[in-house]
Design a protein around this ligand. Structure first.
Ligand code: SF4
Length: 87
């Protein structure tokens, strides 16, 4: 499935396109993706955010493997980043 979308500094998954195959769960190097049935209550609001942003025409569908951003290691352990989201 190609259900990942990219904004200026954030990735989202379109929950309507996701078929819950769970392949991406194990692929994420920082465990940022969980199965739909395992989303913690304090993160449920991210589902709506993912849906909204994935349908924004300015966000682009990712169709091929990309090189990690240069600063990705810096953000690995930072838990709270939502305030930095650029739309
Ligand atoms: S679980 Fe992950 S890999 Fe599978 S369809 Fe959903 S987003 Fe794509």
């Amino acid at each position: 499935m190609e259900c990942f979308y990219e904004g200026p500094n954030f990735l989202v998954i379109n929950p309507d396109e996701c078929i819950d195959c769970s392949i991406c769960v194990g692929e994420c190097p920082v465990n940022a993706i969980v199965e739909a049935s395992a989303i913690p209550l304090d993160q449920v609001h991210f589902v709506e955010l993912n849906q909204t942003l994935s349908q924004d025409p300015r966000w682009t569908r990712i169709t091929s493997t990309k090189t990690p951003l240069t600063e990705h290691e810096k953000w690995r352990e930072v838990k709270s980043k939502l305030h930095l989201l650029q739309k």
